[in-house]
Design a protein around this ligand. Sequence first.
Ligand SMILES: [Zn+2]
Length: 426
Amino acid sequence: MTSTLSTAIIAKRDDLIALTQDLIRIPTLNPPGQDYRLICEYLDTRLRKHGFETQLIRAFGTPGDSEKYPRWNIIARREGRRAGECVHFNSHTDVVEVGAGWTFDPFGAEISDGKIYGRGTCDMKGGLAASIIAAETFIEHHPDLSGAIEISGTADEESGGYGGVAYLAEHGHFNPDRVQHVIIPEPLQKDRICLGHRGGWWAEIETKGEIAHGSMPFLGDCAVRHMGAVLSEFENKLFPAMAARHTDMPVVPEGARSSTMNINSIHGGQKENDPDFDGLPAHCVPDSCRITIDRRFLLEEPLDQVRGEVRALLEGLRETRVDFDYELTELNSVLPSMTDRDAPVVQTVAHAIEDIMGKAPEYVASPGSYDQKHIDRIGKLKNCIAYGPGLLELAHKPDEYIGIDDMVDSACVMGAALETLLLPKD
Ligand SMILES: [Zn+2]
């Protein structure tokens, strides 16, 4: 079924392409967090032309914020003619490093075979562009809208969102009195609704030893062997326990429906040689060994339990293993988030997908986290989903692209959702 709004959105295909290309050509790499001001100014000029009031907000003092790399964000709001609810589209403007293996110019936004190529096309400037076209077209069609539309472009999602959505949420911009529905156009595919994400807990574990001559290791205490004991506890107890836990969250891919843990790095003993040094090692017993763990957990697992079971294994070793000593340093944590399937924004977007795409949506949750955590935990706003064009599998990869048809279709879905939420119900 094609509504008049959809027809108008489809007719703006060229505008949607040009907007996406402009956004890709601003290389907002994070790290270090460059050109945030530039992309905010671009969005500011564009959205003010369409009747939005805008605010540029710098997240002073957040990680990475400096005079050289200030953390700029934009929030634009278009007030309707009568009272009603506010629908907010939140997109992050930062992109990850380019990496090797590209056959297209990563910031050229070249078009080939119905796709736009470039870093950030799918994650997530294509989604940002689709939401802007949807909102602008909706406003042209329905200047009498009730409530309000907000569009934000935010910093640092790729590095945790502290200089972006977290900062804005701390300053009241996601207060449920001000904003009622949030759609984050991350690349979850045009016919899927992402309800939330798992949690994460990152920590460093150091085992301690005592340095001695390598020919007489019994005079020292090998920190690497102690770490071996830690890893063996993980293999024998923690990994099987995690694999046996399953969530009701519809996480994709399937493997992420259990708890998981990655050992991110390991280092013990003498520093690795620089590539231009070809000398031989000196013979020492290592007095320190460190690993970094990346533990992803389920809605059903409290964070205290996640921390507690690692600490219990380490404490167990302290009791059973001679001279075992360790230090555990927590690096960061984020809690899982999951929106109810009967929440208004979920129901509305589900119906819009059925109307536009002629099929029921698939409900998914993300194995890794995105900015929903801050909107939920800091903003206390539960009515939030990720919905947008693009394939998650292409995010952060070489030759990342966004399909132009996918952007158009998802813009139509967003437009249909706005019609449900913001038109006066006679
Ligand atoms: Zn993203």
